[in-house]
Design a protein around this ligand. Structure first.
Ligand SMILES: [Zn+2]
Ligand SMILES: [Zn+2]
Length: 270
């Protein structure tokens, strides 16, 4: 089974040629409830974590284990996600407990799957985990799509295009931001799934703006964004990871690909 996003209902690059150069590839993961193993890409599934390494713990709740959120093998990705040399496995655990000023504390790990060896048994999910912060185990159906900036559209382009966006919406019913720009759900690359004005982080080491690595949005189901619902899911409810990040918001991971060790950080909004 696969998941296929329907083509955009309008041709963005023909209607708004100014936006064409800003197109970016994103890989939608389309997580669906299942029984992944640590040898599978997953959302909320077991991580292939080496037995020789300690299980990751929250820096703000010392001794409190993180939980698996995303694991991706490069071989499962259709697009060109730039893995570091020698790595073919991306892992994202986070601390699901309540924190001052943020919902979760995430960690990004790049690995070589072949170098993991014996796999560590994960500790139990902490009883203090917040509501909707522990994803249900899901298998994934990665799919490559093209995105255009929504909240990230430069102000001068926004000013230049706003009247045409409105005209197109009146004529066709399709809204640029909701239906034509960024895909909802959990995705690698593309544009962050901001719900509000962007807050791109700068690299703590070199000061450059960081790259968007991964968006973990609460859900890819949305009445207002059905134009993005895969054709296979049109007639039923999507049984996804069941995350609740704020008021159906998201967590956005960023990294600096120019600096050694790829420093990462995150933002969130709702
Ligand atoms: Zn914590
Ligand atoms: Zn840097």
């Amino acid at each position: 089974m696969t998941r296929r996003t329907p083509p955009r209902p309008l041709n963005v690059e023909e209607l708004f040629p100014e936006i064409a150069p800003l197109g970016r590839e994103a890989v939608r993961l389309h997580p669906r409830a299942g029984e992944p193993t640590c040898r599978d890409s997953s959302v909320g599934g077991p991580l292939r974590w080496p037995a020789r390494e300690p299980w990751p713990e929250c820096p703000e709740h010392p001794g409190s284990p993180m939980i698996p959120v995303v694991q991706i093998y490069r071989s499962d990705l259709p697009g060109l996600v730039p893995f570091p040399d020698g790595c073919d496995l991306l892992q994202l655990p986070w601390c699901p407990r309540r924190h001052d000023g943020q919902w979760v504390v995430p960690l990004v790990r790049w690995r070589s799957a072949a170098a993991v060896g014996q796999v560590r048994q994960p500790p139990p999910v902490p009883a203090e985990a917040g509501y909707g912060k522990v994803p249900r185990p899901c298998v994934v159906y990665p799919e490559l799509v093209t995105e255009y900036p929504s909240w990230d559209l430069p102000q001068e382009l926004w000013d230049a295009l706003e009247a045409r966006f409105e005209q197109v919406e009146q004529e066709t019913g399709w809204d640029y931001q909701y239906h034509l720009s960024t895909a909802p759900g959990i995705k690698l690359g593309g544009y962050p799934g901001w719900c509000q004005d962007p807050r791109w982080p700068a690299c703590p080491d070199c000061g450059a703006l960081m790259d968007h690595l991964l968006t973990v949005e609460s859900t890819e189901e949305s009445d207002s964004r059905q134009a993005w619902t895969p054709v296979e899911d049109r007639d039923g409810r999507i049984e996804g990871p069941g995350l609740r990040l704020g008021d159906l918001g998201g967590v956005y991971l960023f990294e600096c690909r120019a600096c050694p060790g790829r420093p990462f950080t995150h933002r969130f909004d709702s």
